[in-house]
Design a protein around this ligand. Sequence first.
Ligand code: GDP
Ligand code: GDP
Length: 460
Amino acid sequence: MSFTLAIVGRPNVGKSTLFNRLVGKRLALVDDQPGVTRDLREGAARLGDLKFTIIDTAGLEMATDESLQGRMRMLTERAVEMADACLFLIDARAGVLPADEIFADILRKKSARVILGANKAEGAAGAAGMMEAFSLGLGEPLGLSAEHGEGMADLAAVLRPMIADHEELAEDYTPEVEVDVPEDDDEEHEYVPATPSKPLQIAVVGRPNAGKSTLINQILGEDRLLTGPEAGITRDAISVQTTWSGTPMRIFDTAGMRKKAKVQDKLEKLSVSDGLRAVKFAEVVVVLLDVDIPFEQQDLRIADLAEREGRAVVLAVNKWDLEGEKQDKLRALKEQFTRLLPQLRGAPLITVSAKTGRGLERLHDAIVEAHRVWNTRVSTSMLNRWLVGMLEQHPPPAPQGKRIKLRYITQVKARPPGFVVMASHPDLLPASYSRYLVNGLREDFDMPGTPIRLFMRSQN
Ligand code: GDP
Ligand code: GDP
């Protein structure tokens, strides 16, 4: 995964201008995901010989009222969480405004790695603002001009070591000698539970009429959603925070929740793109199916997207109260699930009735469990002991007479779990062997239903 830089700051400081300069036409996100691109734009950036990803929080320039400011803050927080470092822009001509302090606060609270940029610093007009920028307490500002391309070499100089560090982290955990596996190492899997300050973030997605609003209102315990002050504003991801059975959660909405404010014929389209956006913000995605029409194209698409985005997925089949032949239906659903969504193997499938509230407790537990699995961290020593067993049980093939040696495995990330295997000739290793390892990790470290990423790196 490439180094990711978030450009943050209040409207009008020049974020988009800089984004466009660095990205040019290399917008990473594709056209068929309109919802994903609208608020957090992502692009492949190039600065001299440096390559990285940037995300930009523009798109809320029209923000004037209170609630939109709140949303801007939320988007910024989200961007900060997604990024390895943040480029915080202020306008050197305007100096430090109260709104800038708000962003500085967010960055401090999130302990983000910050590069402070004083933009529009071309000519003499920016000098005072540059000095003022020190008062933010975020270090020495870089004088930039996004419009005129000034200061780009300085920006590159600051970024270069960060990017190098990042790449080293992903590449360089190669032990010099044979892996030393301690005998009695009883490190457990580590799990960081949601705390009140960090609610578990979920999105409920699904076709129109699947029952998303009913479900969320049932969770919230009141009919709050459709009447909230934010109803009818469709451009951003909107969320509500609640405590569900003792678990703090933030629930991201989709168009279905606001449909009362919508023109009916626009509904279908909106719910897909908003669903895609909600997926971006969530840790756990609840795909809500309608028992009468489960696993429709739309459902499959969004479930697949959630998996590809690395989110934990829980399938919930709604309107279970309407089902007469529950046993038969459940069997059929499980069969369809296995056949149509093999990439989500092991993900829970829960039957619920949003209307009556039945099954909601199980849904809650499945979400919390999916989140736990998604956060799994396995110690390197446990992994390498495990790898030895896997290799003995089923040695890698020797294509073209070359023996492929798998030397070492380590977990490089969680949320979702990602692992790197050092191998000789990783390019020759068949995909089936990677699948064998992924399935083994899933089984042996109890990580059902979560996306698992396995990367192969070359080491002779
Ligand atoms: P954003 O809201 O932060 O994305 O800001 P924009 O990129 O839309 O820029 C806001 C305004 O500032 C636009 O009119 C830009 O042309 C202007 N602007 C951006 N960068 C510079 C710069 O380096 N110098 C000057 N003078 N104006 C700039
Ligand atoms: P959304 O478009 O996904 O937000 O769907 P709604 O929550 O608006 O629900 C669509 C329709 O399905 C409404 O008429 C609900 O009353 C109904 N509905 C939702 N959940 C259930 C359920 O569990 N059982 C039954 N019988 N009807 C439900």
